[in-house]
Design a protein around this ligand. Sequence first.
Ligand code: BQZ
Ligand code: CA
Length: 686
Amino acid sequence: MKTMTSLLAAMLLTGVSATAAMADAVPDAPKFDAQGKVNLVGVNDILTYKALPSYNQPDFVAALEKAGKLPPLKDRLPKEPMVYKTGNMKDGIGVYGDVMRHVIGGRPEGWNYWAGQSQGWGGIDIGLEECLTRTGPLFQVKAEELQPLPNLAKGWEWSKDGHELTMHLIEGAKWSDGVDFNADDVMFYWEKNVLDTSVHPLNGATPDSWGVGTTLTKVDANTVKWTFKAAFPSSALYEMAYGKFCPGPAHILAPQHPSNSKNSYEQYKNAFPGTYMAMPTMGAWVVVDHKPDNIVVLRRNPYYWKVDEKGNQLPYLNEMQYRLSTWADRDVQAVAGTGDFSNLEQAENYVESLKKSADPAAPARLEFGQRTIGYTLDFNYSANGWGDTDERSVAVHKLNRDLNFRKAVTMMLDRQRLGESLVKGPFTTIYPGGLLAGTSYYDKDSTVYYPFNVDAAKKALDAAGLKDTDGDGLVNLPGGKNVEITLLANADYQSDKSLAEGVVAMAEKAGLRVIPKFVSGKDRDAARDAGKYDWMVIRQGTEVITAVQNTDHLAPIGPSTTDFHKAGADGKVDLMDFEAKIVDVVNKFIGASDPKERVDLMKQYQKLATENVYQAGLTVYPGALIINKRFSNIAPGAPIFMYNWAEDNIIRERVYVAADKQSKNEVFPNTLPGKPGSAPGDGLVK
Ligand code: BQZ
Ligand code: CA
């Protein structure tokens, strides 16, 4: 296992990365072992659902209950709460108190997640949106037992033929305002936010996300039933986890929905602005204050439906804070100890962060995981009107659909140098595209790689019909002007900008003019979602790590499931031939239940995607989890990104700080959230 000092030493040694590859074989990545050792367990070792003889809560909450300011604890908890098993908690049963201070680069737009509003990312929405199943903690589940954890759905059973899945919801649980949670919340989300295609939930849920043709019906107050075209579709349960099936409070949302009011869809989306506090949640903490560009503060949810084996109602931490700053500042504050948490994911910050946290007296611990941060160069493939339709854009989108052109693009990229432009040493490695090396469904022999070769790239441009007809060193469209390509990248991350600048420079060398478009936060998301780009540098999602999560992002199995090819003006996705094969393979994978068949299908996906340069991989590297040392119950080896981000993976509701280590950083000590719609910092129960 690599220690901090040997990692630092390795970085000073240049030239450790792989030599130039033979054609087609993917070069072996420089060895990089994850630092933390994961303790693999079974699903039933983590949690269960049962009623306990008695329950406890923080003293200040008990005092507020005694003062009649909220109902008795036993009436706030469900019939059978979720119970975390002590055996799976690294430091055991915890104590109440303290706050976790996050620093994030996003900005809350409002609280209507179900209509596509971002809450600033960085763990805010992950904490607020509880989902039917849960997958973040699956990094610790042994392969033979791998399946999504129950969550709001506490159990389920398949019909004999596997086409129906009956799902049992937690009974008697309540939203943070005390209103019952039940199947009506699930059905409102499904019918009025997923099936209603005028609504676009954040994180991309579409009617096809659980398999084309899938339906969902209510059986009774605590039971819903899924019906699938395929038998025993294993992926479906993964898509019922974060970010696709996290139902919202129907009693608050439905009155604002266009089907029940005079609101337009835009008004429905904006019905719960950033100034609206205490939006009901099933999560462990509730928003009580929001100072724009400054901070978001959340206080513990007195109706939270999870406990430990001693009956202590979770969470242990009374408060969550999110400082509104930059993603880079998150790393700086975490290693300095003025912030408590960071997913170290921007390679530029690795040197400084490692140096600072190497000191035994450093306030935070830093632990690297395996390589799961992968970047690609994506092509907008729509030639039928998704995105810009001006002549120049359409011409470029058509070029993107030409394999010679894409081969030229992938061979003009020196991935070695792109990686090293971020950080030297054993971190980055060449990423051809497709599934990431070292992940469960990855197959090296099915991975095609076109090595860096500028001359070959120029030949391929020529084969795509692009010649420099006016001799200025840049290729022209047949009979026309120089080709000009817009390249979209997220301005909030230095890594994204550095990689985009690298692509621009390397394209120029091969005779291709590329114009970078750095756009921030929600505007970047909007440009991405509307296809307002020719090329895009983007950090890849869980689908290239797990294949089973966000599988619908791998190919346009529906009109709006991928970020790079959505339906055009005619409502259809103008699939390319190889792409139609990829769609077929991905649909089969979503519907398949036989593990062998699934492995084989992903080999087919990998071959088709890399051979056709579907998305041009750039580089891939490991991230590191930085957490302040005063926190307990952080599972060893928790990755920053796998099935989900670390803000889910570490199960924050069971993280605690020992009494003698607790800080005095709570902004609203001894208070509970007020009523939905309160003003920021107002109406708290005390
Ligand atoms: C982690 C994550 C938690 C979204 C976001 C952000 C958005 C994207 C992506 C990551 C941030 C952090 O990532 O970088 O470390 O905390 O929030 O949600 O990049 O702009 O749209 O997909 O997850
Ligand atoms: Ca020219």
